[in-house]
Write a protein that binds this ligand. Structure first.
Ligand code: AMP
Ligand code: ZN
Length: 667
């Protein structure tokens, strides 16, 4: 073997090792500086000798690859969910079923913490990571391998020489500390904080840029290894083996010889959970003996040999100090309870959500009340009840406001809706500022350099009354303002100018039409093609669009009924914003499929579902989501549900596979 190749392999092995010692064992033997030096050395060698590329090289932990679509992959072993027990009684009932199923009461159990994150299935072959797939519907999930590779506790190469192909199941989690740091950063940058670690972990796996994933402090906890043959005789043994292979198996699990010990473990962790650096939502109890597990087997949804004991949501009492009514950019009012600070679920809580007027009425709240608060999955806890018996006789009742706390306009509540609104959309400062802040946000027009505070300042200086005014800002107008310098003004003007190339669907999202989020904006952009066509669309045309419901349709119509909105849009046109969609401006490659309508179902061998869809459209065909008498072909992949086939037969629709389809469009 060439000297260089040897050197590269040795460096990789050493770095995998140090990585394991640092992240899994928490026991590094070299300094961070030395680690970085070795990474640098390896990176340089890999650049010089690209022929030795390896997707599992430790240098690729920093990410780099961008994934546009996450292809769907079928799980080699289906990923089941778990049955839940919410009380000791339910746990004992499960124990009875297990004993009955096995015909013996000699059963021991492993107790593991139930990590609150997203499930993942990692496949290893010949000792290296081959792929990482999300649970999806249990049968198939999304291929997120590129992103998973950046997580330091996922071994890219196994320790020892276990070469057999197997899958390992685990949970990707975001530790509380790392989550809080991410939020501090977001608040500094004027962005909405993330709501909870689990959703954030889940969202991270679907980021398109793996570099961004690498920046997030994600971790991977493992709890099960599966192969074509039985690898271990007990669950506890498999956890130890997984650990020895280099997986991060948290140390808090135990072998319980009987259910009493299981209950002891649960009671302990129900109290101790708040001292963990990550969130757990229960304890998973598994029959320890794998032969017994096999005997019990699975229901259609979950293993009979395991159960998740779910903890009750953390709760405590706090004093209600005041209620704030916040006005959103669409005018919606959100009441928030301000509490004397208390510790709940490991964090200090000062606010609780009150949802809406009905909720406040139902709780029958008085200022100064002692209130029970509970934290579910969300960062902001909610108020469950008020202790009326402890209330002083002169306490004042909390009433919902009748007028906007900002512009003092009388609030309205639409029939059938829970929220109140300030109807003064054009004159209410909080709404106007909120709308401009939304317009410039990253997912909309991405006008960086203009923070939320600057927007407020510009509004109160009379320089911005609507987002259209952004395009009238000049150097002369901005430079006299506080904290503005030559460079920052230039950056702002550049970003504003650049926003003129932002595609229509994002402009549409930026307009801030109520209920028109990113996905809906994209749908509308594709269906109508331009702002003019959308403005002309009436309610009936709108609701005909897939996934556009009554609420959205009404809101769109209302938006374009407003003269001031039309005037703003006319101005945006003259400033040169993209108000026509590029999404459907394509010429078909051929008209081979003209007039044909396809329904696509299942998983395909050589193309992702989205690719197939694009192919149909590229050749002049149409894709729809459900079978009807108008469907010409059902394009069936692997794992298509049986119901679809039966329905296709009933309707007399021709069912074709991928090969036939590809031959239909080949020349
Ligand atoms: P649920 O999503 O409530 O059906 O619970 C099932 C999920 O719990 C599994 O899919 C795993 O993602 C997750 N889980 C967390 N910790 C464990 C564990 N120690 N053993 C098995 N599953 C776990
Ligand atoms: Zn108002």
């Amino acid at each position: 073997m060439k000297e260089v190749k040897k050197q590269i392999l040795a460096l990789r092995k050493a770095l995998h090792d140090h990585n394991y010692r640092y992240y899994v064992l928490d026991d590094p033997i070299i300094s961070d500086y030395e680690f970085d030096q070795s990474i640098r050395e390896l990176t340089n060698l890999e650049k010089q000798y690209p022929e030795y590329h390896d997707p599992n090289s430790p240098t690729l932990r920093v990410g780099g690859g961008v994934t546009k679509d996450f292809p769907t992959l079928v799980h080699e072993f289906p990923m089941y969910s778990l049955d839940n027990a919410y009380s000791q009684q339910e746990l004992l009932d499960w124990e009875k079923r297990v004993q009955k199923g096995l015909g013996t009461d000699e059963v021991s159990y492993t107790c593991e913490l139930k990590y609150d994150g997203v499930s993942i299935s990692l496949t290893y072959d010949c000792g290296v990571l081959e792929r990482a797939v999300t649970r999806g519907d249990g049968t198939q999930g999304d291929d997120v391998t590129q992103n998973i590779r950046t997580i330091p506790t996922v071994p890219l190469e196994l320790r020892g020489d276990f070469k057999e192909r197997f899958a390992v199941r685990g949970e990707i989690i975001l530790p509380i500390d790392g989550f809080n740091k991410m939020n501090e950063q977001r608040i500094v940058e004027g962005e909405e904080p993330y709501r909870n670690p689990r959703n954030t972990a889940s969202g991270s796996l679907k980021l398109q840029d793996s570099k961004l994933v690498a920046l997030r402090p994600l971790q991977c906890f493992l709890y099960q290894m599966i192969a074509n043959r039985t690898l271990f005789s007990t669950q506890i043994e498999s956890l130890q083996a997984a650990h020895d292979l280099g997986f991060n198996v948290p140390k808090y699990h135990t072998l319980a010889p009987n259910i009493d010990e299981v209950i002891r473990f649960i009671t302990h962790w129900e109290k101790e959970r708040t001292n963990l650096p990550y969130e757990i939502d229960g304890v998973v109890v598994k029959v320890n003996d794998i032969a017994q597990q096999d005997e019990l087997g699975y229901t259609s949804k979950s293993p009979r040999w395991a159960i998740a004991y779910k903890f009750k949501a953390a709760s405590t009492y706090a004093t209600l100090e005041s209620v704030q009514f916040q006005v959103g950019r669409t005018g919606a009012i959100t009441p928030v309870a301000i509490l004397n600070p208390v510790v709940l679920g490991g964090t200090v809580v000062k606010r609780a959500s009150l949802h809406n007027a009905d909720q406040i009425e139902k709780l029958d709240l008085y200022f100064g009340d002692s209130v029970a608060i509970e934290k579910g999955g969300e960062i902001i806890p909610k108020i469950i009840s008020a202790e009326s018996s402890k209330r002083s006789t002169d306490a004042k009742k909390v009433y919902y406001i009748t007028h906007c706390p900002d512009c003092k306009t009388e609030l309205v509540r639409m029939a059938g809706e829970a929220d109140h609104y300030c109807p003064n959309n054009d004159g209410c400062p909080t709404q106007i500022i909120g709308r401009i802040q939304h317009f410039i946000s990253r997912k909309a027009m991405n006008i960086y350099g203009l923070g939320n505070e600057t927007i407020e300042l510009l509004y109160y200086q009379g320089l911005l009354i609507s987002y259209a005014d952004l395009y009238t800002l000049t150097y002369e107008k901005l430079i006299p303002l506080e904290r503005m310098a030559d460079k920052s003004v230039q950056n702002i003007l550049d970003a504003i100018d650049k926003s003129k190339t932002i595609p229509f669907e994002r402009v549409l999202f930026g307009l801030g039409i109520r209920y028109v989020g990113q996905t809906v904006a994209k749908k509308l952009a594709i269906s109508f093609g331009s702002i003019d066509a959308l403005a002309k669309a009436n309610f009936d045309t709108l609701v005909q669009v897939d996934e556009i419901g009554i609420r959205i349709a009404e809101s769109v119509v209302e938006f374009f009924d407003s003269l001031s909105n039309i005037q703003i849009i006319d101005r945006l046109k003259t400033y040169g914003l993209q108000l026509k969609s590029q999404l459907n401006n394509f010429k078909p490659l051929s008209n081979k499929l003209e007039g044909q309508s396809f329904v696509i179902s299942g998983v395909f061998a050589t193309h992702s579902r989205d690719e197939i869809k694009t192919l149909v459209e590229d050749h002049g065909g149409k894709v729809s989501s459900s079978l009807s008498s108008k469907t010409s072909f059902l394009l069936a992949g692997e794992n298509m549900g049986p119901k679809k086939r039966i329905k296709a037969d009933q309707l007399g629709i021709v069912v074709i596979d991928e090969t036939i389809f590809l031959s239909m469009i080949s020349t």
